[in-house]
Ligand binder design. Structure first.
Ligand code: JHZ
Length: 393
């Protein structure tokens, strides 16, 4: 299958490798290049990083770290119960249990290859397999627990390299009338917002509906509904059913998404070449903002040491010379250093009075953060963002 390179984002470290020492020896770097797959219209990284290097016993991200997400998962659990009334549910990438814990009254099983996270849900008495999702695991789980009425996976399928096996294994674990619900960042939204930070080692793919339709063709699954979400800067919640299940009707949302994507040019290489030009322009302007503020002796910190921001910092070479430190609410990131750029991360306890500007690493939580940081903004403190274009807000 032919793939065409359209953007070179340079050398990048493992985004999950928050460093215990400032200048470690032998930090691992790989080339972050984006490619367009001519046949399927998938957008992916050119070279995948080994899953074992990324998803390990020291996985830092906690899905429950923000109020926005905790509420979103609680509401979704209510919605799924009402709509599908499942007797069993499986979650692929169950992280710290923020979603699956709402299904304690039915058969609930988690799959989570990061052992430190799997231990959290195991302690909650949720049967959790600390393994990667494969056909073998799907068979093993089905033999032990039966098939599932709902399979849910947020921000995980885009991390798995072998898509055909992944979807076939999901099909294998679903009951006849079962539904699979996937949530992942939207390619269309990433292109529109020039949020190239959606591309990093873990995000092997950023999905369009067009590509998802193409790659699931031979897997026995088909899309029957799509919801647009604000989470993670713009995501799609995509509902799949078995092709043989004719009871569920295909909603108009499917064709309207395909139409909108086609209109935008998702199927055309030149759309990505234009995106690449916009990314390089965005970098130039973001660096200019940092340089100007630093020249004027402003104190700049980072707000939210996200995985996404790793792409920005490493691509734009924004390091300690520009950002004094990051603040982040995640306990496992506190006291560490950002991968590649080695900026210290402090445990969040408000923004200190000497800070003039804060770079919004967690721009996808802007509303939640602005609500929390009224005092900082009132005293003249400002945020720097690169989405949809570099500016001070
Ligand atoms: P957040 C991770 O990416 C990795 P990241 C992963 N690959 C993925 O796909 C997405 O999640 C879903 C902090 N924060 O969710 C908490 C504050 O400090 O955007 C988090 O460290 N204060 C699985 O890292 C980070 O920001 C706050 O007020 O890009 C947010 O990370 C808030 C709201 C957040 O995902």
């Amino acid at each position: 299958m032919k793939k065409i390179k359209f953007l070179n984002l340079g050398k990048h470290p493992i985004t999950n490798s928050f460093l215990s020492e400032e200048n470690p020896r032998n930090e691992f770097f790989y080339n972050l290049n984006l490619v367009y797959h001519q046949k399927t219209k998938l957008i992916s990284l050119d070279n995948f990083v080994s899953p074992k290097k990324m998803f390990n016993n020291k996985y830092a991200h906690r899905a429950s770290a923000s109020i926005t997400m905790r509420k979103a998962y609680e509401n979704l659990a209510k919605k799924i119960k009402k709509k599908f009334n499942p007797k069993s549910i499986l979650e692929i990438g169950s992280n710290d249990g923020v979603f699956i814990k709402h299904f304690s009254k039915i058969r609930n099983v988690g799959v989570e290859p990061c052992k430190n996270l799997a231990n959290i849900t195991s302690r909650m008495k949720i049967k959790t397999y600390d393994k990667f999702w494969t056909m073998n695991l799907s068979r093993k789980i089905s033999n032990k627990h039966g098939k599932f009425d709902v399979i849910y996976s947020a921000n995980t399928i885009s991390h798995i390299h072998n898509l055909e096996e992944t979807f076939k294994a999901i099909e294998n674990s679903l009951t006849l009338r079962g539904v699979f619900i996937l949530e992942d960042p939207s390619l269309l939204k990433s292109l529109q917002k020039i949020s190239y930070d959606q591309f990093y080692d873990e995000h092997a793919y950023v999905f369009s509906i067009t590509a998802l339709k193409n790659v699931t063709k031979k897997t026995g699954l088909e899309i029957f509904n799509i919801e647009e979400l604000k989470t993670h800067g713009g995501s799609n919640r995509v509902y799949f059913k078995k092709v043989d299940n004719k009871e569920i009707k295909i909603s108009k949302t499917v064709n309207s998404h395909l139409y909108n994507e086609k209109k935008f040019g998702i199927n055309k290489l030149k759309t990505y070449q234009l995106f690449a030009r916009k990314v390089r322009y965005s970098k130039k302007n973001l660096v200019k903002i940092f340089q100007t503020l630093k020249r004027r002796k402003n104190k700049i910190i980072g707000y939210g040491a996200t995985y996404k921001s790793s792409t920005i910092l490493n691509f734009c070479q924004i390091n300690k010379n520009y950002i004094s430190y990051f603040v982040d609410t995640t306990p496992t990131k506190a006291g560490k250093f950002t991968p590649g750029t080695h900026i210290p991360i402090k445990k969040y306890s408000g923004i200190s009075d000497d800070v003039d500007y804060a770079f919004l690493g967690a721009w996808n939580f802007k509303d939640e953060i602005f609500k929390k940081e009224k005092k900082f903004r009132k005293r003249g403190g400002k945020f720097i963002t690169h989405v949809p274009y570099p500016r001070i807000i």
